[in-house]
Design a protein around this ligand. Structure first.
Ligand code: PBG
Ligand code: ZN
Length: 339
């Protein structure tokens, strides 16, 4: 037989462990929900091809994504504006590639032309532009390559930074709203910041791919952008997946050099990194849900092995919950329809 006080104690324990009360109905779940997604969190990546205006080519390894001539790019921009997305980010696929990626900093290049057309038609759309050389070099590397004293081919840092600076300034002159260096060379943020300031773009922000891992998840993107390195890999500049403290050092360095927004990439395999950055730095943090992350969900969804829409939303919510307020994602338009 329980005494009166023992019964009360049992009840108190039970009361505090009844956590399901706030999960019982959608009315209650809505009330206590900690994280929400909005279309303004999303940036849609687009692949602009230097080709006929009506050019379109589906990317087999990225169902639903296409390489587009300017007509298709403008259509996607209109859809992005209607969906109230945060913006778009442009990647360029030039007709001509060469040793130094000169189309990347050609004022009449594919990206520069696309930016001007978009800004003319949709001045209110945020147009971000990726700054790297790998889509523009014939060898597919992110910078200038040379043979070092040991006879090994390497990407030379400072010569590459000079070209990246030219690319960034030419994007700015064409009307880019956000300069996004993805190359991972040392000193590029400081050099680009200085050149932008000097050229009259002191108020143009930089979103730096600060912690970009050397990941197998970029495979489909390299099909889309035609930027697969012809030999070697990107491990001499992109980060080792094994490291975490190093990501924080790179973020700190980029903030010191003038980055306004920092980015982590890939997203789902770096949730711990996103969280550590959020806890340590008070700077807007973006995550790139990369091509391989997108294609994995699409491929499994196409087999009906998972509920594709549900996993899409779950992945985006997890990225936001980890601490990224900006998400670059090929799902941007699809996900906005679910909100
Ligand atoms: C260019 C760049 C890449 C991505 C964004 N910018 C490819 C790479 O580093 O090889 C990957 C994006 C994706 O996989 O969706 N440096
Ligand atoms: Zn690159």
């Amino acid at each position: 037989m329980h005494t009166h006080t023992e019964e009360m104690e049992d009840m108190l324990v039970a009361a505090s462990s009844r956590t399901r009360r706030t999960r019982m109905t959608e009315r209650h779940r809505r009330l206590v929900r900690e994280t929400t997604l909005a279309p303004s969190n999303f940036i849609l990546p687009l692949f602009a091809v230097e080709a006929a205006a009506n050019y379109r080519k589906p990317i087999p390894s990225m169902p639903g994504v296409e390489q587009l001539g300017i007509d298709g790019i403008l259509e996607q921009c209109e859809a992005a504006l209607e969906a109230k997305l945060g913006g778009i980010i442009l990647f360029g696929i030039p007709e001509q590639k060469d040793e130094f990626g000169s189309e990347a900093y050609n004022d009449r290049g594919v990206i520069q032309n696309a930016i001007r057309e978009i800004k003319q038609r949709f001045p209110d759309l945020l147009v971000a532009t990726d700054v790297c050389l790998c889509e523009y070099t014939e060898h597919g590397h992110c910078g200038v390559i040379e043979r070092n004293r040991n006879g090994e081919i390497e990407i030379v840092n400072d010569k590459t930074v000079e070209l990246l600076v030219r690319e960034a300034v030419s994007h700015a002159e064409a009307g880019s709203d956000l300069i996004c260096p993805s190359d991972m060379m040392d000193g590029r943020i400081g050099a680009i910041r200085e050149a932008l300031d000097f050229s009259g773009f002191a108020s143009l922000p930089i979103m730096s791919y600060s912690a970009k891992y050397a990941s197998g998840l970029y495979g489909p993107f390299r099909d889309a952008a035609g930027s697969t390195p012809q030999f070697g890999d990107r491990r001499s500049h992109q980060m080792d997946v094994a490291n975490s403290d190093e990501a924080l050092r790179l973020v700190q360095r980029d903030i010191e050099e003038g980055a306004d927004i920092i980015m982590v990439k890939p997203a789902i395999s770096s949730l711990d990194i996103i969280r550590r950055i959020r806890e340590q730095f008070l700077v807007p943090t973006a995550a790139y849900q990369v091509s391989g992350e997108y294609s994995m969900i699409k491929a499994v969804g196409a087999n009906d092995w998972i509920d594709e829409k549900r996993v899409m939303m779950e992945s985006l919510l997890s990225i936001k919950r980890a601490g990224a307020s900006i998400i670059l994602t090929y799902f941007a338009l699809e996900a906005s329809k679910e909100l």
